[in-house]
Design a protein around this ligand. Sequence first.
Ligand SMILES: Nc1ncnc2c1ncn2[C@@H]1O[C@H](COP(=O)(O)OP(=O)(O)OP(=O)(O)O)[C@@H](O)[C@H]1O
Length: 762
Amino acid sequence: MDHHFNRRFPANPNDYKLYEEVGEGVSATVYRALCIPLNEIVAIKVLDLEKCNNDLDGIRREVQTMTLTNHPNLLRAHCSFTADHCLWVVMPYMAGGSCLHIMKSSYPEGFEEKVIATLLREVLKALVYLHGQGHIHRDVKAGNILIDDNGAVKLADFGVSACMFDTGDRQRSRNTFVGTPCWMAPEVMQQLHGYDFKADIWSFGITALELAHGHAPFSKYPPMKVLLMTLQNAPPGLDYERDKRFSKSFKDLVGACLVKDPKKRPASEKLLKHPFFKHARSEEYLVRTILDGLEPLGERFRTLKGKEANFLLQNKTAAGDKEHLSQQEYIRGISAWNFNLEDLKAQAALIPSSDSGFSLEELNNNSNNVLERVDSIPQYMSPERVDHNSAATLAEDVLEDIQDLEGPFSSAFPIRPLEALRGCFDVCEDDANATSPTWKNYKDPNSGSILPQQKPSQTEDLDASKYNGDFIERSASVPKNMHVIGRHKFSSGSLLPEHVLSPYKHIAGDGERDDLNQRGQNERNPSGPLFYRQMRDSHNSASASTQEESSEGRVVQRKGRFKVTSADAGNKATPSANCMVNSVSGASTNPSVNAAIVLPLLQFLLQQNAMQRETLINLIKCLEQTCGQQEPSDAGSSDLSQLPPASSKEKELQSYLVHLQQSVGSLGDDVQRLKYKNAQKPLQVSSDSAKLELATAAKDVSSPQPAPMVDKGKKPMVVEGPRPSDHSPLAVPALEMKTNLSIDVPALSYDCRESVDKACIP
Ligand SMILES: Nc1ncnc2c1ncn2[C@@H]1O[C@H](COP(=O)(O)OP(=O)(O)OP(=O)(O)O)[C@@H](O)[C@H]1O
């Protein structure tokens, strides 16, 4: 066990002296610092709670997990406390920095196999422990693997970890879309059945590739494309030709982790026994091979930041367009990239069948990298489907938010969230031990030392979530979700705490640094995961974003982490998936849309629009009440029937739906008529035939003569139906009735896509 933990770290900012910045994440800045009373160098992660964009629950969870976990391969917090409007998390200083940083500065092509095996083994030990405790890390990647100057490897960043034993809201969070797209397991993207520990095993496999190549597979593609590629393509792996330098056992390990079916992935404990880890070496080996000769972390960080700033500046002037820039930011792994709806659509549309963006070099198992028809693999749904489903749940979330706001704490939390937060963030080891007696002992397989382990307790979790984050997060999240700044939409904004003793601002007064801060609000540490929270359409809302949105169109706000809450099962069963997938993937768009599929889809879209509008109306009402303003205006009426359709598109859709309904009705009539006619004709024929037969028989009896020919004009056995389009009110081209009632509506797939976008990403 770390000797640090025998000492008590003070929970007072005056007891720490902040030095240089050594890291920056999507939600925090990390400083090297001195703990004055203990004369010990530490790292302090400073989160500006006012700029944390409401992910307070995530932060609380991270701090809690960091304080409670106790494993040599997990970065544990010494203590945490609030200072002014910032949260300080004091932790051991990992002088080597993250593996990503090390690769960026010295190993751009990735590490050698023994180094990888050593790193991965340590990470896997951490995962075995976490999983044993019922936690899913959900953000395993090189940027979160830290090394100290002795070569000790620790997995960090529990910002998106989840507890499998949680209930209620927390349980539902396992159906959330959390992580960083490149590392994200398909089932996390799919949102079909939730996910479990195996999601970490996928990320672990991706991290293995990242350490081997210096970057994660697909990392050069925009996020939407990464999602689609992860879902549609064969899993990435080590290539036979390109990765000759790696052993068969490494390839096998990666192959075992990167299986799309999570059930077929090994558990972390089993994986730890994989022969690949025979290549692993000691901590000293890491010191000798990758740490030796490295510049101090602060210097490296500064150099990398400078490069990033230059890169962005060049791209800004060279490319000029925000989509390009946003994608560049993402490609470079920066967490806080931002884009608007148009970007998103463009990205989704970037996935044609003749996808020029596919780099076979990037994609291993090339022969399998055929863009399959998504609708032919029903278990893999597109991210659009994810969004589609999410919309309903998001609406639910907001309604719940509103209920929370109306609760007994409504006056306290939205107005003074920091006050409320103090109680949940001010923790140190002793507190943690005192308040968490449920952590059982853990036996480190290596050292044999006994470490505390957590015994899952549902009651405690429930209580904790009531008291701590869940309520707070949702209460505070409602109004703040609407941040829009400038031309790009920054969800997190600059995370540099102004009130913290910045070595640059207050000590060194480094102008360059200040300049970097100013112009690089979206320049984030590449290690950050992505948190994506959908924003609702604010057409009719009086939200803070209205002005900017009206000038720029609807905005998808996002923050570092990609998070889309999942929809309920009922929505997932909507038969609309195939249609949407077709229309978006573009790989196999089928213009023939079955009315039975289209109608429920359109109805569902309308219903969603209505729900979203209702949510917004409630939100407005609630905000007005909370702010003590005037009574809700007429526009705030929740009676949707009184409201005109929100947009011309919606009107169009509505009238189109009516047309379709009429058409289907009329087509149905046609079918009935035809059926009836069909049923009648053979009867008529058979009665005609019977008459003929009788006549022939009578003639046969009297005089055996040849039977008369049947009148050719009658065509008794073939019935040709009427052309129904003549009287169909559906004014769409190429409408024709087929036996399965399918309607050729070439324009519909486009309309559907737009409508889906609208419903999903308002
Ligand atoms: N204890 C530490 N010692 C040294 N460097 C650290 C330490 N903790 C974090 N860092 C550095 O700071 C960076 C950002 O920290 P961290 O990942 O915890 O922030 P974050 O806001 O959670 O980031 P993100 O969410 O984007 O991953 C890390 O990638 C790492 O390089």
